[in-house]
Ligand binder design. Structure first.
Ligand code: PLP
Length: 405
């Protein structure tokens, strides 16, 4: 029999958040072991429930949601996204510029598939949310990673971006607020990236899915509000701000210099048509979510559950000898660094595997986010305070043993 092989297209595609370490965790759970999961930003399973009005509205609309919708999405939710872009000062967005998707994920892949030819390059942050790197590779492009500098609050290194732009560069991805670092970029820095994009005619892919998960009173600026002469594709959705990952409701907004992008937009329209439409119940949730009470603010404000968990996890982690960590200003993650002198890690996937096997704590290794060195891991601070305390205690215990090896 001929062996059945995966497509060569997948040779360079990697998505380690759901990789081999998670597989091991699954096996351990099947054997009855209890694992504390610090590996994935899935809010609802940690008791962060979506706003009740969204759930009730979806239930009420279920009877109307059995048919396909327009391939870009229903009018009312797209209109509410349009109003949202107005609130964020993004100019000139019409209903036609808005695409609803089965989460932002589907649209991220679509946006790359519609754009890239073999050998085209896209600037992607390192570390990144790895779907971006994977989507560029899957679409035949080459991800060129630009440094986000830990010593500078994980901000993108403009000099490095400049160095990596060449004749094949088509676009730059900016994830702000950032997963996995929790960074939030200042306007001046965003403006510098916009200016570079203008100069080199790059498209800006702005992933802003955590734009309401902001601590310490910070505010968020949508990159697309900073210029109307650069093409922006902005991604957002209900998964994080409204704790509704499973509803698979996301959107993408095309704005700015659209006049020269007619062919690309045709490509987007074709791919949107080919997948027929996003799930209709999720679409119904969008309008209610955007127009309703923004309960995320209660979670991220002073004393809110997410704020308390961030503070606690950060303190406990940075109390461990040899562990440093930039305190996140936004999102659900932190990306601690292990001093390589104290913890000489040769293979960080193996490190995460051992931590899981010995301490029943699941994290994702830094290289899973295209981090070039082996000295980071990502922690999701969603488990409740007690579980966070236990899990960071176990990480400390594991690291103590690691030092002695
Ligand atoms: N972008 C970033 C930065 C993310 O962290 C995630 C999910 O964790 C996504 C996009 C995907 O979101 P969605 O659930 O809308 O597909």
């Amino acid at each position: 029999m001929r062996t059945i092989k995966k497509s060569k297209k997948l040779d360079d595609v990697c998505y380690d958040i759901r990789g081999p370490v998670l597989e091991k965790a699954r096996q351990m759970e099947e054997e009855g072991q209890k694992i504390i999961k610090l590996n994935i930003g899935n809010l609802a399973v940690f008791g962060f429930e979506p706003p009740d009005e969204i759930v009730q509205d979806m239930i009420r609309n279920m009877g109307n949601a059995a048919g396909y919708t327009d391939s870009k999405g229903m009018f009312a939710p797209r209109k509410s996204v349009m109003h949202y872009t107005q609130q964020k000062n993004i100019q000139g967005v019409t209903i036609d510029d808005i695409y609803l998707g089965n989460g932002a994920s589907e649209l991220i892949v679509m946006s790359m598939n519609a754009l890239l030819n073999t050998g085209d390059e896209v600037l992607v942050p390192s570390p990144d949310y790895p779907l971006w790197t994977a989507a560029v590779s899957l679409s035949g492009g080459i991800p060129r990673h630009y440094i986000c500098d830990e010593k500078a609050d994980w901000f993108p290194d403009i000099a490095d971006i400049k160095n990596k732009i060449n004749a094949n560069t088509r676009a730059i991805v900016v994830i702000n607020p950032n997963n996995p670092t929790g960074a939030l970029y200042p306007d001046a820095l965003l403006q510098e990236i916009v200016d570079l994009a203008r100069e080199h005619q790059l498209i800006i892919f702005a992933d802003e899915i955590y734009d309401k998960v902001l601590y310490d009173g910070h505010t968020h600026t949508s990159m697309a509000s900073l210029a109307d002469d650069v093409l922006f594709i902005t991604f957002n959705g209900l998964s994080k701000n409204y704790r509704s990952c499973g509803y698979r409701a996301g959107w993408m907004v095309v704005s700015g210099e659209k006049r020269h992008a007619k062919s690309y937009i045709e490509g987007l329209n074709m791919l949107a048509s080919m997948r027929l439409c996003a799930n209709a119940p999720g679409q119904y949730a969008i309008q209610t979510a955007l127009g309703g009470y923004q309960s995320i603010n209660d979670l991220v404000g002073p004393g809110g559950r997410l704020t308390r968990q961030r503070d606690m996890a950060h303190k406990l982690l940075t109390d461990i000898p040899g562990v440093t960590c930039v305190k996140p200003k936004a999102a659900l993650y932190m990306f601690p660094r292990l001093d390589p002198q104290m913890y000489p890690i040769a293979d960080d996937q193996d490190f995460a595997y051992q931590l899981l096997a010995e301490e029943r704590v699941l994290v994702v290794q830094g290289t899973g986010f295209n981090c070039p060195t082996q000295d980071h891991f990502r922690v999701v601070f969603l488990p409740n305070i007690d579980d966070l305390e236990v899990s960071v205690g176990r990480i400390a215990h594991f690291l103590e043993g690691y030092r002695k090896r």
